[in-house]
Design a protein around this ligand. Structure first.
Ligand SMILES: Cc1ncc(COP(=O)(O)O)c(C=O)c1O
Length: 271
């Protein structure tokens, strides 16, 4: 038996009102985790409590030396770029097809985003990058759009051959890998979003991973100022005298958002 399409006035197959699917999945266990966090603390000034548990879990998951959680993916990108020394006059090659926040934090640093063409996967085309390079190029940023890996090894080879940094905006690619190697571990550092629909969601949040100690300390200065910097940045680090004020901006995640992210067992080992 046939009936007219719902579009044409027939009965809809799904009678329930939208939305039919929501992300992140919120269960009773999520509510308990949030209530527990309300009891445990909602202002965390250093790397302790739920912040330490989430960063430890991310470090373990990615096999990275450092993970720093932030208030958003945009904040993670900003901190990563600043920590990698990107500044006035620098050019940074970014994919022409990406979310705008891959590029916009660069403008706050006085750098110029240079748009590179994308290949048929929708990611930065390694064949296009060489013609975008100039003596001002400081970095190449790769987005793995919709979780599809970019040609990251070819892009790394281009970056290495020209002595520029390779950085990843892995905001769509939590859990994606090439062979055994997880996306986000190919460059000097990677930034991730944990905004609403992302595979690992905190509602709002982000993080940076890196193996580089100098980048780590600089990321702390660009968003985690005062107590955390004073606790973690060693006196011999050249910028340690700025630990109290940092570089003037605060990008800390809310502890309730961190507690939400920790409810994602697939990524974080069942925590
Ligand atoms: C590729 C990409 N980069 C960066 C961001 C910015 O992340 P956030 O919204 O957490 O600031 C997004 C957000 O959708 C994104 O899709």
């Amino acid at each position: 038996m046939t009936s007219p399409l719902a579009l044409l006035g027939g009965p809809p197959v799904i009678a329930e009102a939208a939305p039919h699917f929501s992300w992140p999945p919120l269960t009773e266990a999520t509510s308990i985790a949030i209530l527990d966090q309300l009891d445990e603390g909602i202002s965390i000034y250093d790397r302790s409590g739920v912040i330490a548990r989430l960063e430890d879990a991310l470090q373990h998951y990615f096999g990275a030396r450092y993970a720093i959680v932030t208030s958003s993916g945009t904040a993670a990108l900003y901190s990563m770029y600043a920590a990698c020394g990107i500044g006035p006059g620098d050019e940074v090659i970014v994919p022409a097809y990406t979310f705008f926040a891959t590029a916009t934090p660069l403008l706050h640093l006085g750098a110029t985003p240079v748009l590179g063409d994308c290949d048929t996967s929708g990611n930065l085309d390694p064949a296009d990058v060489p013609r975008r390079l100039t003596e001002r190029t400081k970095a190449i940023v790769v987005t793995h759009m919709w979780g599809i890996p970019a040609q990251i090894r070819r892009l790394k080879a281009v970056a290495d051959a020209h002595g520029v940094l390779l950085l990843e905006d892995a905001s769509h690619a939590h859990g994606a890998s090439i062979g055994e190697q997880k996306l986000g571990t190919f460059g000097r550092a990677a930034a991730f979003s944990m905004n609403g629909p992302k595979p690992l969601s905190a509602g709002e949040g982000g993080f940076i991973i890196t193996d580089d100690e100098e980048v780590y300390h600089r990321v702390l200065l660009h968003g985690q100022y005062n107590k955390r910097c004073r606790n973690e940045i060693p006196a011999h680090f050249s910028l340690s005298r700025y630990a109290v004020t940092g570089m003037g901006l605060k990008h800390r995640i809310h502890p309730l958002a961190a507690a939400l992210a920790l409810r994602f067992p697939r990524f974080l080992g069942g925590l």
